[in-house]
Design a protein around this ligand. Structure first.
Ligand SMILES: [Zn+2]
Length: 250
């Protein structure tokens, strides 16, 4: 199949679902780390495996057979709100096919946290039944970016061309995820929000401050005459990263 053939890969939502199930069961069978719907760990080799399954099952092995550039994969536990991203050279437009370079990076935090809230979780407009299905849908979203970049050297998932591509290939009807973020989990499970006054203990000292940010931990600004941080009114603070269960709301 040649490059233009990628645009002719049009399937119904039903077919896409069937193929996604085929990817899923082959992945579970082959991955040493993922053996069901929950995700507790992944390695870069799992992403390579997933990519080869998608290539065979969805893309007629286009990437194995005809793609001249390079695709690498990476995992992050620091991405807190986006679940995946694609990294590519700034000068992609002028590069010859054999120098096209893409890196697909998947964040794991959102999938580790998948079960912490029991509400429904849609990804790309599709209801997910478990963390693995959410992961596959996020992976597919990044694959759409990869294909759009490969074909057109630019990509924007808010625009119509991307949306058509994502619908035709995978049946996606939206370009975003509704997975629980650390911030939402903090609000739901610990009743903690940005701006809240909180207390915590460090080496037997009781400290009190204001939550300034919430990612995996809360960022708490504690008033301190010798602190390194200053607000607009000149008051000084020290900054602490505190696990959510260790905070008491005042
Ligand atoms: Zn996107």
């Amino acid at each position: 199949m040649d490059k233009a053939g990628l645009l002719d890969l049009i399937q119904t939502k039903r077919e896409a679902e069937r193929k996604r199930e085929a990817v899923r069961s082959s992945f579970i069978a082959a991955s040493p780390r993922v053996n069901g719907g929950a995700i507790t760990g992944m390695a870069v080799s799992d992403l390579q495996l997933l990519f080869s399954l998608y290539d065979a099952i969805f893309f007629n092995s286009y990437f194995t057979g005809s793609f001249a550039g390079s695709i690498t994969f990476s995992l992050s536990t620091r991405m807190s709100r986006s679940a995946g991203k694609i990294i590519y050279p700034r000068n992609l437009k002028g590069l010859p096919p054999d120098q096209e370079k893409y890196e697909l990076r998947l964040g794991l935090t959102l999938f580790f946290d998948y079960y912490r809230l029991s509400r429904e979780k849609k990804v790309n407009g599709i209801y997910t039944r478990d963390a693995l299905e959410a992961f596959l849908l996020v992976f597919e979203h990044e694959l759409c970016h990869l294909i759009e970049l490969h074909l057109f050297r630019q990509s924007n998932c808010q625009k119509q061309r991307f949306k058509s591509l994502a619908y035709n290939l995978f049946g996606h009807t939206e370009s975003y995820h509704q997975l629980p973020t650390s911030r939402e989990i903090a609000a739901e499970q610990f009743n903690l929000n940005i701006g809240d006054r909180v207390a915590f203990t460090v080496e037997n000292h009781n400290l009190e401050g204001i939550i300034n940010n919430i990612n995996k931990r809360a960022t708490v600004m504690v008033p301190d005459h010798n602190g390194d941080y200053r607000d607009a009114r000149g008051r000084r603070y020290t900054k602490w990263y505190v696990p959510l269960p260790s905070l008491k709301k005042k």
